[in-house]
Write a protein that binds this ligand. Structure first.
Ligand SMILES: [Zn+2]
Length: 254
């Protein structure tokens, strides 16, 4: 594998310098150790992860009750605070602060999430992995397995890489909780706040089956609003997450 290290982002360079050349090599504990941070897994009340930073050493606590993909993202997020923010003291990061869906705002938390996303899904490994594959939730699930990350993080990564206008949305029964769009997805389209009753996501949100739906084509105006949408078609696929919310990837069909 040939890589130009000067073209890598800061989190990618951390991995590259540790000799990471395949997904199975991404060892966040090793990244932490290389940066003098000790990692402890323990039950945490009211937050997902915590960083206590001294002048040269840090202790990162990660909530032991979270599932693997979440724990890895939380650890990567605290490593970002330790490596980038370099403030001594304590960071307590709430569950709502930590997540790949919150990586675009100009805040310390969003920056830590963007850094964490690159640390768990570095472009230099995802690019060859995703070569020639579609952006849908079947592929996102495979990416999540190979890189040991959440399906949400994997879906966002694939969507962001896609040339097709694509967004990833997450609903509960009552509303749109968040959405992330890629660069090709026009800013003049709006994701509808409520689930349309004819969508697979609606059936899943209201308890009618979990797992993952088959990719399907449907009318774009079930999902988005904006000029000309009523004439458009989207490809969608939905899956039910462990917290009962429903993740959907929406791509404008050509
Ligand atoms: Zn944080």
């Amino acid at each position: 594998m040939w890589i130009d290290p000067s073209a890598l982002s800061a989190p990618e360079r951390l991995l590259w310098e540790l000799g990471v050349t395949e997904p199975g090599h991404i060892d966040l504990a090793a990244v932490a150790a290389a940066r003098d941070a000790q990692v402890i897994y323990r039950p945490l009340d009211g937050c997902s992860a915590r960083l206590v930073a001294g002048s040269s050493r840090a202790i990162i606590s990660v909530n032991s009750g979270d599932y693997t993909g979440r724990k890895r993202f939380s650890l990567a997020h605290e490593l970002a605070h330790w490596i980038c923010d370099r403030k001594t003291g304590s960071f307590l990061c709430a569950k709502s602060d930590i997540g790949p869906q919150n990586a675009e705002a100009k805040s310390v938390e969003a920056h830590a999430n963007a850094f964490a996303s690159q640390l768990i899904l570095p472009d230099y490994l995802v690019r060859p992995w995703a070569q020639g594959k579609k952006a849908n939730l079947d592929v996102a699930s495979a990416l999540a397995t190979d890189f040991r990350v959440s399906r949400t993080a994997a879906a966002i990564k694939l969507a962001k890489r896609s040339d097709t206008p694509t967004c990833v949305v997450c609903h509960d029964q009552s509303r749109l909780k968040w959405h992330v769009r890629n660069a090709a997805f026009g800013q003049d389209f709006y994701v509808k706040p409520e689930l349309h009753q004819d969508t697979d996501a609606f059936t899943m949100a209201y308890g009618g089956g979990g797992g993952k739906s088959q990719p399907r084509k449907e009318s774009a105006d079930r999902w988005i609003s904006g000029q000309g949408v009523y004439r458009m078609t989207v490809q969608t696929q939905s899956l039910k997450l462990t917290d009962g919310t429903v993740l959907t990837m929406i791509s404008l069909a050509k």
